[in-house]
Design a protein around this ligand. Structure first.
Ligand SMILES: [Zn+2]
Length: 257
């Protein structure tokens, strides 16, 4: 019986990185990887009553489904954060035509309108969430239950700070609080390390990047366009923004660089 318990404990143990967390090598390798990272915000029917900025950041659910289907039909593989990390920092091979799909801000659409499409096509993705808004008074944001459901569908959770304040506007202590507290909350609620980050409004500089590393993140995405990612700058990954006007043709152009 004791042996069975021990065997079960080994079988059920999370992978080593999950228990201990990842650590960036002290000297980052010189390596680049071609990996388009797509940035979405809302997936919803665009209502003319919405403010122009919201409309711009909203992709129609049918368009989103067509974009994912196009990627799938053209042999693209939506990779996980760990696959991207391993490729950059450890030289692992990515599958052919890799792409990373990300959602900023933690809108409920990620669960309600995007996750079923992704799950059906076996595509992985990441949702960067603002921890103060999770299960908060505004029903347009995800709940803690949604986050656990997303993880079960293969959608990873990353941090997008506690309050979505631009980190470049904060002093070191305040910025570290946003970085560390959001990570600690996510780790406590989800039960595993969370080391993926997205800068609010894409605002970062050398100081903010250093603080992000100090707070224990190992990959962070910006809003700087481009598909060439550098192992020397794992906390400054490039992303291409998918907007209401992008469509399938625009997305195809993005991933083809
Ligand atoms: Zn944001």
């Amino acid at each position: 019986m004791r042996r069975l318990v021990a065997l079960l404990a080994v079988a059920l143990a999370p992978p080593a990185h999950a228990a201990a967390g990842l650590q960036l090598p002290p000297s980052l390798p010189h390596r680049t990887v071609t990996l388009p990272i797509l940035m979405y915000h809302r997936i919803d029917v665009v209502k003319p009553s919405l403010p122009a900025i919201t409309q711009r950041l909203t992709v129609d659910p049918h368009v989103f489904a067509a974009q994912m289907q196009w990627l799938h039909d053209h042999g693209y593989h939506a990779v996980t954060q760990l696959q991207a990390y391993d490729a950059l920092e450890r030289g692992a091979r990515l599958p052919s035509k890799p792409v990373m799909i990300t959602f900023d801000d933690g809108y409920r659409d990620v669960w309600g309108k995007a996750s079923a499409v992704l799950a059906r096509l076996h595509m992985r993705a990441t949702a960067y969430v603002i921890t103060d808004r999770i299960s908060g008074p505004d029903p347009s944001f995800l709940t803690w239950g949604d986050l656990r459901s997303l993880e079960r569908r293969g959608i990873e959770i990353g941090s997008h700070t506690v309050t979505h304040t631009e980190l470049t506007l904060l002093d070191d202590a305040e910025a570290l609080r946003e970085l560390r507290d959001s990570r600690a909350t996510l780790e406590r609620r989800l039960g595993h390390p969370v080391q993926w980050f997205a800068y609010p409004a894409g605002r970062e500089d050398a100081r903010v990047v250093a603080l992000t590393r100090e707070a224990g993140y190992v990959l962070a995405v910006t809003t700087q366009p481009g598909t060439t990612q550098s192992a020397e700058h794992p906390l400054e990954l490039h992303r291409d923004e998918v907007l209401d006007t992008t469509g399938v043709a625009g997305l195809a152009a993005m991933v083809q660089g």
